[in-house]
Design a binder for this molecule. Sequence first.
Ligand code: CTP
Length: 402
Amino acid sequence: MLKGKEIVLGVTGGIAAYKAVELLRLLTKAGANVHVIMTRSAEEFVTPLTFQTLSMNPVSTSLFNLISEREIGHISLADRADLFIIAPATANFVGKIAGGIADDMLTTTVMATKAPVLIAPAMNVNMYTNPSYKENEARLKERGYQFVEPAKGLLACGWEGEGKLQEPQVIFEEVVAALTPKDLAGESFLVTAGPTREEIDPVRFVSNHSSGKMGYAMARAARRRGAAVVLVTGPTCLAAPWGVETVAVESAREMLEVVLAKAGASTIIIKAAAVADYRPQQRAVEKIKKTDAPLVLELVKNPDILGELGKFKGERLLVGFAAETGSLLENAAKKLTEKNLDMVVANDISQEGAGFNVDTNIVKLLFRDGSLEELPLMGKDELADVILDRVAALRQRLAASR
Ligand code: CTP
């Protein structure tokens, strides 16, 4: 995801500096080459050795260290970087950059770069709301510096409020988003994900093996590419994607209700949810007690959400998924026509590495014009981007034909 990207991670002196270690791990795991610059006070909280070991690059701490200046060189780092992320950023650091002060390795390099700079502040709530800090922040925003706003919560100083460094996963998400071209800006996505649960009684339900990973990957990728995204999700173990309006539902009928309410405002609908096709005819109010006689459950058909959407599709793009265990293309083509779709992502879930509960997928894309594209085994994040590439191309073609 960040393969080939040169990122400078600036760490300033705050107790949240330990979280920068986790951020570094996320960045390197995603393929980035990370160069860490620490301020003098940051070294009081975490040692340079930790960052050096995990980044596999020398850590810069002093502007006037002859060896480090020869090996790293603050200007060459400023030129080479695709992006700077300062996490945590103290009020002192923000004030210095806003005031044009460059008196150490980090401030000098930040002032010398033309790369985008993301600043993730962390400080006491009273410092964060201090007019002096706010003025500095506003000045930097005006100049194009981007901020990863701090979270609210219990602060290390004992106060409660805004000023908590955002979670490393959120900062990572903002780094990826800042490096992603916004080719889907202006689009409004509605994505569904996960299974639905159809209750039998207060303790049991009918469901399926969907993990929600594919739908969540689609929602994340669309948001990174600049779209506004609503995610309607059945029960999953996944964290709600950052920057996405997430609505949690349980049953197919609840999903239908939310989807219909949100569909009007959307331009692209991606229906990755594995909706339960049937629900128990009656939900028992009390727990069903076991007896020696066999238990027969009468199931009735659930509404076909995608089928309903197909009826009033208009200029919207509709993308469906087809999870099959046989006659893949035939079944997928049938869904494409019957549900009035623009594209179907078809996967044979009996193949190893495809389908439910894994991080990869092997799919075939079928289009309304009859064309077919076979994709190799790939990670769900990567696949989400390929699907969005095709969606963007379809939108462009549609716009050109108007
Ligand atoms: N879908 C839906 N509502 C349903 C069932 C399916 O919106 N009640 C959507 C899914 O989100 C998916 C597509 O329809 O995008 C195909 O789902 P799938 O389960 O593969 O097929 P079904 O249409 O349910 O048909 P079958 O179970 O017979 O294969």
